[in-house]
Every structure is written in C-alpha cells, then in structure tokens.
Ligand binder design. Structure first.
Ligand code: CA
Length: 230
C-alpha cells in the first residue's frame, strides 16, 4: 500500500520541521509549503491525502486557502491554529476544513487527528452511498427513516433524527454550531444554538449509555460536535 502523503502548510520553520519529522518517523510522505500561495500550488500538483494547514500565513488568510482548495477538491484539511484564533478556527471549519488542532499540540494529538481523518476516508469509501449507516451498536436506516441501538428502534423526534443523520453523514468531522443550525433550522441565531444544546442533550439520553461521557457524539466546547467512529 502506498504511504499516505500529507501537505504541511506552515510558515514557522521550527513547527514545520517538527511536523515533517513526526510524519516521516510514522511512515507518512510529505510536502511542505511556507505560504498560502505555495500551498494552493502544491495541493493542485501533488493531490495530497491530507492537508495540515496553519491559519496564520504571511501572504494569505488560511481560510482563503481552504476556499480555493474547496473550489476543486474535497481533500481532507486539518487546520492548525493558535488559541487566540478561535473565531478563525470556526470560520475555517465552516469554509470546509475537516478538523483542527490548537497550538501548542503534541505529536500524539497530531497523529490521532490523522488517524481519525484516514478512518473517515476509508469508512466513507467502504460505505459508499449505502442506505444504511452502522457505527458500533448504532444503526440508521435512511430509507426507512429510523434509527436503532443494539437492534432496538430509537424513538426520536424529527429534529433529533435529522441531527443524528447530519452527524452520521459527517462522521469523523467536526461540525460547527452554525453549520448544524443552518442545516437543521435554516438559520443560525443565538436561539438556535441554545435549542441545539437542548436537542443534543435529549438525543444523547437516547443513544448514549452514559450521556455524561458520550461514546458517539463528542462536544467541542465553543465550536460544535463530532460523531466518532466507534
Ligand atoms: Ca503561522
């Protein structure tokens, strides 16, 4: 099997070298780009399996790099941002980034995010456009419009079901509050985010054995939610 190829976009040479060395040690191939312009060129010419993208670049806003790549490719993009760039991180996810890492991050965190991304890619390929979603004990039959846990049908309200399907279709990917509320209600007001929390709590009570330490749906405080592949 070919080694996965990662494009590392980072203007700070120390961080870039740390990431490259980590990738090399763990059996990945990589290309690097120190600017947004180089990133778009490298992404187009090498078609990497994953892009690791620093948001604070000297020549271009990282979010614009995502928009450019998204205009022709769905390649996974993991954003790397400083803690002070929280709103940029959310904007990046809404522009089509798949996941994020906050600086400073550990090598283990970086490798874990890559594993999640590859699992998602392979999961999507294996499931194709199947009408049934299976994740651990959780099953959604899209055609029948119902969901099951351990073979027992779940009694979900229409909104809970919509929410579960949205997370399932994007399993492995962090979805922002704004994205989810727009998909569910068509708008994204403060009130919708508050409602989302309520529906998420009731959904979790139905699908999680222990809603206080959820197995299927992970909370990203201040950002959104992600369904994990179990
Ligand atoms: Ca930077």
């Amino acid at each position: 099997m070919n080694k996965p190829m990662i494009l590392v976009v980072e203007d700070d040479s120390a961080v870039r070298n740390l990431i490259s060395t980590t990738l090399e040690t763990h059996g990945y191939k990589y290309h690097t780009a120190p600017t947004g312009e180089a990133a778009v060129l490298e992404a187009a010419s090498h078609n990497p399996d994953v892009v690791l993208l620093d948001l604070g670049l000297p020549d271009m806003d990282g979010v614009d790099v995502i928009r450019k790549i998204r205009s022709w490719s769905g390649m996974p993009i993991i954003v790397i941002s400083a803690r002070s760039e929280d709103t940029d991180k959310i904007e990046a996810l809404d522009a089509g980034a798949d996941d994020y890492l906050t600086k400073p991050f550990s090598v283990e965190e970086l490798l874990a995010r890559l594993r999640v991304t590859f699992r998602r890619l392979h999961g999507t390929a294996a499931q194709g456009d199947s009408s049934v979603f299976q994740n651990g004990a959780l099953k959604i039959d899209y055609a029948a419009g119902c969901a099951f846990l351990d073979g027992q049908e779940l009694h979900l309200t229409p909104i809970e079901y919509k929410l579960l399907c949205l997370l399932a279709r994007n399993a492995g990917k962090v979805l922002t509050h704004a994205f989810i509320t727009r998909e569910i209600w068509g708008s994204s007001w403060e009130n919708d985010v508050a409602s989302l929390r309520v529906f998420m709590a009731t959904l979790r009570k139905k699908i999680e054995k222990d809603p206080s330490s959820p197995l299927y749906i992970q909370t990203h405080v201040g950002v959104g939610y992600r369904m994990l592949k179990v």
